[in-house]
Design a protein around this ligand. Structure first.
Ligand code: AVJ
Length: 342
């Protein structure tokens, strides 16, 4: 178990800390696979040219979007984050046991969350930690904080889109590669995309590899509806922020106040759907192209699929994974699952 310096720990920790002046404790260089601006423009023009207009949810996470999402995680209605945290608080020891000694943990997401620390605190001599994020600023900040908190941990930040190709930096003496994918972000993929993503991840981890993943569970639609329609309107801001980003980065002229946030649970497909609804007949420009919107026409911005544990186990099996352990909260709102490469 790696120790995190705090003033109540044994002197040994202090010794390690003081021996190495803090300026030394910095993450290794950034491994940069970041897609360029062209990628954003291409996706926006392609999405808004569809008969059923859509915009990929991965573009929610510019600096403001990432900050808004951090606020969503604090909302009373958005139970996912606090529930996953409670499961980690209870069961991180068992999870670390399942991951074993000397593993390399690759986290899809920047690792700024408390979740990462709860896991890192219990891991047994990890070979290294690889935070991966599409938002470079967010990633470097988080990697710097983690290295300061865990000076003996090899931290290798990777700026990449985890749905695209990238390579995982080698960590010395690593026994196996474990991907940590918290937060139920797997829910953003259409089932066929989720299968392909899980298969690619299994290949990336290789034999003996593991996957520790957060999966939001099916439940009362009213609870789901509230989680994506919070009273404070933060989720609405998060959704509308996509138009603000288009205006800033793609010379757009979207009138935010002429679009509305709309999110609902689709029981037939078992997913939350988020849309932006055009409040009037209007035309807007993005990336040098013009797009016409009818009154009431929607732009589909995000799916958030919810699973039962058997449903997720069979999806993962189709992606080359064997379910090993499942941990949930007492109300079975959220699950953390550990799987190994089949
Ligand atoms: C980060 C993708 C898991 O789908 O619940 C939060 C994003 N969207 N509120 C989710 C989100 C609206 C979130 N994930």
């Amino acid at each position: 178990m790696i120790t995190r310096p705090n003033h109540h720990r044994t002197t040994h920790t202090h010794a390690v800390r003081d021996a190495r002046d803090t300026s030394e404790a910095r993450p290794s260089r950034l491994h940069d696979f970041a897609p360029g601006r062209d990628d954003f423009r291409a996706h926006v023009v392609q999405g808004l040219s569809q008969k059923r207009k859509q915009l990929p949810c991965k573009f929610f996470y510019d600096q403001r979007g990432s900050q808004l999402f951090d606020r969503i995680c604090e909302l009373p209605e958005y139970y996912l984050t606090r529930t996953e945290l409670s499961v980690l608080h209870e069961r991180a020891g068992e999870m670390a046991e399942a991951l074993g000694q000397r593993c390399t943990v690759v986290e899809y997401g920047s690792g700024s969350s408390l979740k990462t620390r709860l896991l890192l605190d219990r891991l047994q001599n990890p070979a290294g930690y690889v935070p991966l994020d599409i938002s470079r600023e967010h990633l470097l900040e988080a990697a710097g904080r983690l290295t300061a908190a865990y000076p003996t941990l090899a931290v290798h930040p990777v700026c990449a889109d985890y749905t695209r190709s990238f390579s995982v930096p080698e960590c010395e003496g690593s026994a196996r590669t474990v991907v940590y994918f918290p937060g139920s972000t797997i829910g953003n993929f259409e089932p066929h995309e989720a299968r392909a993503f899980l298969r690619a991840t299994a290949q990336r981890c290789g034999p003996g590899g593991g996957l520790l993943i957060g999966v939001d569970l099916k439940k009362d639609p009213a609870v789901l509806h509230a989680a994506y329609n919070d009273a404070a309107g933060v989720t609405a801001d998060f959704n509308l922020n996509l138009l603000r980003r288009i205006n800033r980065e793609l010379d757009g002229n979207f009138a935010e106040d002429r679009f509305a946030h709309y999110a609902f649970y689709n029981p037939r497909l078992g997913r939350i759907e988020m849309h932006l609804v055009s409040a009037a007949q209007q035309t807007a420009r993005a990336g040098g192209e013009s797009f016409h919107f009818r009154e009431g026409e929607t732009v589909f911005t995000e799916s958030s699929y919810k699973y039962t544990t058997p449903e997720f186990e069979s999806l993962a099996a189709a992606g080359g994974w064997t379910a090993r352990r499942t941990w949930t909260d007492p109300q079975r709102l959220f699950s953390v699952q550990y799987l190994t490469v089949s």
